[in-house]
Design a protein around this ligand. Structure first.
Ligand code: FUB
Ligand code: ZN
Length: 682
């Protein structure tokens, strides 16, 4: 096998530690090249050490991630890899490797079963970055890495569905086959594994596959053709693309990890090749959802709004943002800003959930946001966070981190149970009193794993890498985008001097955030920037000098001065309970109100109301007093909001107790609603 990694920096030690690389480069999913065209760069070190997110990440580390291999074993994903390992050995020896029909040997209903393994490996790797001493997890990671490696074909190909069941169909079902999607998740896992552990076994597997993919799909394909279908690309229509984007963002990260420009170029090809009606050509109509489903109706640069399958759309846009970051492509950046605005203003639920339609797991029309039929797949919330964080880095604007916050605390976190071992695929904003489960309806009940298990390992990887989404740096200082107890530092090399802070907070239950500057340049002024969330009507700040500008500027509270280690800023964000009105164009909830407090969206659940109260009988009285009270005994410790509503049937007052939306569906089955009809004075 030739050396495929000429420009990869040699790894100094095979026995890596997190701290060996942490000081110089972020141990997270985005490690920008030094010349990247972004306003901000992710913090070089980021650790969440306490508070709300530490508790959720602890469950992720001790319950969710450890159970992954067992679930993957039961679901047959690991068996597929073992079978492929056997068949790839055979295929080297056999004269007719495709001669036998092995379709029956593949386990699972989807061609992308491998991606669950890759996502788990990514999650476990980020977890190891946080806790390098976790020997049990390290051993499981080594076992699965080795299993993945043995399944790889001699030419670098790796997708067990095609290796085991349909070797004759390789690259011939790009619309539904998910080959490049699985490759993308493999690459992301490999990059995470390399960053977290310093080991390159999985990276070598990914590089072999990426190199092979480049030879098939790259513009200078070594097979002498222009693309997988062998057609001429001069019409801008040919070459191949995957029905499910994901490879784009992964290839940019592979470029970042290796410095190999060909991977960035290939990501650019895949991005710009899309939008010309390439997919589903010749496919029978029953399997053709139309080009917008997979964003093949218009190039990213021309699309006016987000459309089609939500996860596909948002992975594509995350990848396009990665491209814009590394290339400085201004036109692409403008398109991304336009698309993001269209999504946030017209196609996003109050919870941050996206992708309203069950049909096609897709974005609906602007303001088509029904609460009861909301699909809002957990993976789509994750993809939204990934894209918005990239936009925050690209532009430096706070609106993107506002949406990250809304999504993290609500539409994302609802996807995992408080105990860490049951999940929601679909995240509705209302379940009726008389809701009936139907076979295959995943709306209202948590389950331990899914037949299509894309969401659980996706939640695991986001929680494991969450510290990465908290802070950034630039030449001027450090920015806090999210408030999580922990320590965050910028890299002296890429942020002119660097600095470090420690954050302590009981957010989101309390609005006080204490930031201690641990290090800052001694010889010049340096700016500590704190995001003032868009929901926050009032805040106060106590900082060492009162002569500083302390008003928020475009959502940033910037405190610029000559800092001394140990100096503190105390920010108090007012956490008043808010009754939020929907945009009047969202017909489905017109006349309703939602309860919010700080970054949290609240809901009524039957379990908290007076016995026998039906939620479809309740109205909210805007003038009624609301009280926020922390209940350590409830749902692992939550702040509830109580108020007095009315029963519609007889107009009698009734006490109402609302809990954070993210904590719903953790008790007995029952009704739930976020949007509550407003009492009309009569
Ligand atoms: O197609 C792969 C994954 O399965 C998608 O991202 C999810 O929406 C689910 O359909
Ligand atoms: Zn999913």
């Amino acid at each position: 096998m030739p050396d495929l990694t000429p420009s990869l920096q040699p790894t100094p030690s095979p026995q890596p530690t997190a701290t060996a690389t942490a000081a110089a480069a972020p141990l997270g999913p985005i490690r920008l090249r030094s010349h990247a065209h972004t306003a901000l760069r992710p913090a070089a070190t980021a650790r969440i050490t306490g508070g709300f997110w530490a508790a959720r990440r602890h469950i992720n580390a001790t319950v969710s991630i450890p159970q992954g291999p067992e679930r993957l074993e039961k679901a047959g994903n690991l068996a597929n890899l073992r079978t492929a390992a056997g068949s790839s050995e055979e295929s080297e020896e056999s004269e007719d490797p495709e001669g036998s029909d092995s379709a029956g040997a593949f386990s699972g209903d989807f061609p992308f079963q491998d991606s669950d393994v890759h996502k788990w490996l990514e999650a476990a790797s980020w977890q190891l970055a946080d806790d390098p001493g976790h020997s049990g997890l390290a051993a499981e990671v080594r076992r699965l890495v080795s299993l993945v490696a043995t399944a790889q074909g001699p030419d670098g190909y790796l997708q067990t569905y095609y290796q085991v069941a349909h070797p004759d169909r390789r690259w011939s079902e790009l619309d539904w086959g998910h080959e490049l999607y699985c490759a993308g998740h493999l690459i992301q896992a490999a990059v995470a594994h390399h960053r977290a552990t310093g080991r390159r076994e999985l990276l070598d597997v990914a590089l072999r596959f990426a190199t092979y993919i480049d030879s098939v799909f790259g513009t200078d394909g070594t097979d002498g053709t222009d693309g997988a279908d062998g057609t001429d690309r001069s019409d801008g229509k040919s070459g191949g693309i995957c029905g499910h984007p994901e490879i784009e963002t992964a290839l940019v990260e592979l470029y970042r990890e290796t410095g190999e420009r060909r991977f960035l170029d290939l990501a650019g090809d895949f991005t710009d090749r899309r939008g010309h009606g390439l997919l589903a050509e010749g496919v029978d109509r029953a399997r053709d959802p139309g080009p917008a489903y997979w964003q093949d109706h218009l190039p990213v640069r021309e699309a006016p709004t987000v459309t089609g399958h939500a996860v596909r759309q948002l992975y594509l846009l995350a990848g396009a943002t990665d491209l814009a970051m590394e290339t400085g492509d201004e036109a692409l950046r403008e398109s991304l800003e336009r698309l993001w605005h269209a999504m946030a203003a017209t196609k996003t639920y109050l919870t941050g959930g996206v992708g309203a339609r069950h049909e096609g797991e897709a974005f609906g029309e602007p303001f088509e946001l029904p609460p009861d039929r909301a699909y809002a797949e957990t993976c789509a919330a994750i993809a939204s966070v990934q894209w918005s964080w990239r936009m925050a880095l690209l532009t430096g604007e706070t609106r993107y981190s506002d949406l990250v916050e809304r999504t993290l605390y609500n539409g994302f976190l609802s996807g995992v149970a408080l105990d860490g071992d049951r999940w929601l695929y679909v995240n509705p904003l209302q379940v009726r009193d008389d809701h009936e489960d139907h076979p295959g309806d995943r709306t209202a009940r948590r389950t331990p794993w899914f037949r299509c298990a894309c969401c659980p390992p996706n939640v695991m990887r986001l929680l494991a890498s969450l510290p990465h989404y908290v802070a950034s740096g630039d030449a001027d200082g450090l920015q806090l985008h999210q408030y999580a107890t922990g320590s965050y530092a910028t890299d002296p090399a890429d942020t002119a001097g660097g600095g470090a802070v420690t954050v302590e907070t009981d957010y989101p239950w309390k609005g006080r955030v204490t930031v201690t500057v641990d290090a800052a340049p001694a010889d010049r002024d340096w700016t500590l920037s704190l995001r003032i969330p868009s929901w926050c009507a009032e805040f106060t700040v106590a900082a060492p000098d009162r002569q500083n500008r302390t008003e928020a500027d475009g959502g940033w509270l910037r405190i610029r001065r000559r800092w001394l280690p140990g100096e503190r800023v105390v920010l108090d964000l007012a956490l008043d309970v808010r009754l939020t009105e929907p945009d009047p164009r969202v017909d489905a909830v017109r006349g309703c109100l939602a309860i919010e407090r700080g970054p949290l969206v609240y809901c009524l659940e039957s379990a908290d109301q007076q016995a026998g109260l039906r939620l479809d009988e309740v109205t909210l009285v805007p003038a009624a007093r609301t009280v926020a009270e922390h209940r350590p005994d409830l749902l692992g410790g939550v702040t509830v909001v109580t108020t007095t509503g009315h029963r519609r049937s007889d107009g009698a007052p009734t006490p109402l107790t609302a809990v954070p939306y993210h904590a719903w569906a953790n008790r007995e089955d029952g009704a739930m609603r976020v949007w509550i009809p407003r009492e009309v004075p009569g």
